[in-house]
Design a protein around this ligand. Sequence first.
Ligand code: FES
Length: 561
Amino acid sequence: MSKPPGLDRGLTNYGDPEFSRYLRRSFARSMGFSGEMLDRPIVGIATSGGGFNNCHRTMSELTDAISRGVLAAGGLPLPFPTISLGEVFLHPTSMMFRNLMSMDVEEMIRAQPMDSVVLIGGCDKTVPAQLMGAASAGRTAVQVVTGPMMTGRYHGERTGACTDCRRFWAKYRSGEISKAEITEIEEQLAITAGTCAVMGTASSMACLTEALGMSLPGSAAIPAVNSARLVSAEESGKLAARLAHEPITPDQIITPQSVENALRVLLAIGGSTNAVIHLTAIAGRLGIPVSLHRLNQIADETPVLVNLKPVGMHYMEDLYAAGGVPAVMRELRPLLHLDCIGVDGRKLGDRLSESAEWIDRSVIRPMSDPISATGGLVALHGSLAPDGAILKRAAADSSLFELEGRAVVFDGLDDLNQRIDDPALDVSPRDILVLKNSGPKAAAMPESGYLPIPAKLARAGVKDMVRISDARMSGTAYGTIVLHVAPEAAAGGPLAVVRDGDHIRLSVASRTLDLLVPEREIQKRLAEWKPPVSPQRGYAALYQRSILQARQGCDFDFLVK
Ligand code: FES
């Protein structure tokens, strides 16, 4: 076993390497480390806490637990901060900053002297950003997630961020509950530290990370406030210290096969549409393409097994108690690539051969009795989405799956906000709401694809309509909502030229989304279309110049492999 370089890795350039080493050690001494400590392998701990990130409130105790594990295994833990992305605190949207955080993570892993790294993230964009950065940095990395929140109670009902936030808000909009009630409910939706309590994007990414093999088996669903989360963090620290001597790099773990495993798990858990974008971006950092056509093939073979909101009825704490991701993967075993290795060095097949623990079948169904026979997501292509779009069919109203409807078009979010509740809006339940200019280039792809049902229809009892946009949707939301239409309107996709009254046909059975306007007319309209003005300075200008479309994971063109 060779000794890792530790503190001598990547010396600062002063023109005299011996002096650089001497200077580094003497400055490190000022932090109170003994010479013995400074000779140890170094495990960096990428922390992402902050006052603007409720989901990362346990960052310091997780850092302590990881450090404990590193020290126990003979390493020196050195925590370092990176950008933190708190989903609901960022304007215009956290997606704007995912790639920035990934660059921060990548460059700090590479620039600082660490032999391995533990990444602590949780909230939606943070885990993707950390995995993207770690994949590009090529250093041994173990992902730790902050874990999901516990549920609250309101008048005897369980409540959890944030499917229930949307459910109660829809009731408030339709006049079913009062201002006083919605204010009271506000206190019961997010009651502990941790990430959203349902199978939203954060939970989906935690499960995918485990399925990829980048975190410890069984760790994804442990609630944030459960002591087992700290034990798992300690174990992750021990593992990272061991891996400093025997590196396993992300490219050995994230392979075409493990990416397919992750997609299977995503479909089986009824996971978030956003996870497709993030997984594409993570895989893209290692040159692994994720095809929407392949997603459809996998979806056809993979049943939904996990009964969690927004698709089902339970919460992440129930998934943990029911057996977690290992129990789901054991069910999926015949469909998985079993030779993939995880960060602990073991093959997936060996891990899954371990004796099955008790499984709560009300939460994790067997393959023989799934919640639905096919996967939760479906990709669509057609004249309105030449490069694809996505629909979370598991969270949609199947009576709307085959629909030809009249387009009611909104030019962007301001237009939507101004007109959606206008009593004069010409709209009926079988129309299709279309939102333009909310894609990655136009607006950093906000989670605005969950267009509200126009107030006058909501009050009349309409619960769902087909909604189409180039935006994303929160993984906690539900409805017949077509997202990620590509190319987006701001990149000159056909979405840019849809007009009020045009007809659109959605067919989930044939996986198509078509604008029923003659091709010649579409081309004529596109020839008259003008692209939006781009920002000229700072990160916004870099973002605008470099952002790729959804099918490339919305990464920057200069970061993909
Ligand atoms: Fe952080 Fe939902 S707001 S995971």
